[in-house]
Design a protein. Sequence first.
Length: 133
Amino acid sequence: MIKKNKVVVFIFVILIVLGIGFGGKLYMEKKAEEKVKEEQILQAKKNIALFVVQNYSDVKSIKFSEFKYNTETGSWHVSAKVNQDNLITFSLERIDKVNVDSIGTRINPATFKLEKLENRNKTLNDIDILKEN
């Protein structure tokens, strides 16, 4: 009887160790995925900011809201306030590969006062990219 109890305890301990190991592995994988997503969002912000700077005049600052994924359309959405009072919303097909052709924009012409640019050779120098609180 004592030997049987030892076997049961041993099996129980093995199962606990395996459970902790498996749980730890899942946790680490999730953390790695979150880090990749954060890096993709940061790069997407830079690409969107470059798009704004190259397409609109007198851009001084860009403040992004939180990126949101729409499961129905399979696209990402983010809004940005340019120079504190010009709201523009962006739609992205993919967050990992943002390029000019994949950026959709929406503005309210009554409140969006920035002019379109003809010269698109600008860079992100002297532009503040802010995160919304």
